[in-house]
Ligand binder design. Sequence first.
Ligand SMILES: NC(=O)c1ccc[n+]([C@@H]2O[C@H](COP(=O)([O-])OP(=O)(O)OC[C@H]3O[C@@H](n4cnc5c(N)ncnc54)[C@H](O)[C@@H]3O)[C@@H](O)[C@H]2O)c1
Length: 280
Amino acid sequence: MATLAGGVAVITGAGSGIGEALARLAAKTGMQVVLADVATARIDAVAAQIVADGGTALAVTADVSDPASMDALAATTRDAFGDVRLLVNNAGVETLGFAWELSAEDWARTLGVNIQGVVNGVRAFAPAMIAAGEQAFIANTASVGALGIMPVQTPYIMSKHAVLAFSECLRLEMELKQAPISVSVVLPGPVHTRIFTDSLGAGDAVSQYHRQQMEGMLAANGISSAEAASRILPQVAAGDFWVSTDAEMTRAYAAGRAQALLDLQPPALAPELAASLQAE
Ligand SMILES: NC(=O)c1ccc[n+]([C@@H]2O[C@H](COP(=O)([O-])OP(=O)(O)OC[C@H]3O[C@@H](n4cnc5c(N)ncnc54)[C@H](O)[C@@H]3O)[C@@H](O)[C@H]2O)c1
């Protein structure tokens, strides 16, 4: 964490959940923190609290799905604080529904935020980070879902597989260029946040039921956002590629996926999931 102290952090989706907790922890670690989110009132409130606690924070309204908005975020950050040491492309939305029933808008929004948002963050910030020539860090938030499959979460799961593949290739590109930028992919397990409550879609009974189940699961089994941040940030600072909130769960998902691919298993519903969703 000492490598982060004194540097500048930019965290997207910092108005809630994991992003908010990462922003608070980065500030506590001695970073100057830029909080970016579409939820202006929430980032304003969090930034004000960080400053009241003696930290340095700036709230900037930004939509990660909009390249111009991310370029503006990069310019505002540079003007305010200079070079960026840590970029966390954390903003994400959950979307529930059958693939063919979700609206074109919900599809575009999900892929726009979850995939293009990460790409836009890298396009806006990486050139200056590389040019600065200093050790810096880019962390892209996927999910353990990047190593799994799940019906009625298709746009979300698809987007997280994409973030994982993007991050793997980005790590190789940094190596190819011998750039001092460490790339990490964050694969959180359950964290108790508003993500399912705010989810898009959920217009059908099965998805509504699934949303309820997932909200209950996060409330019962999810760790707090603060705990998640305290596990995530040291791994990013250490330069780890695979960053988990629950290393055992990540390994179990990876092993399950690897075995399914090795065996060329066709996708099949786990019996408990089928019973639960088909009961609806
Ligand atoms: N909570 C979990 O269990 C969990 C598990 C795995 C992965 N994740 C991932 O972690 C990340 C954070 O999720 P969370 O659970 O803290 O969710 P959250 O809903 O609490 O916070 C997400 C934040 O992103 C912001 N946001 C949404 N669209 C945006 C946009 N276009 N531009 C900028 N900001 C935008 C929201 O306003 C919100 O403040 C997401 O990428 C999510 O997919 C979460």
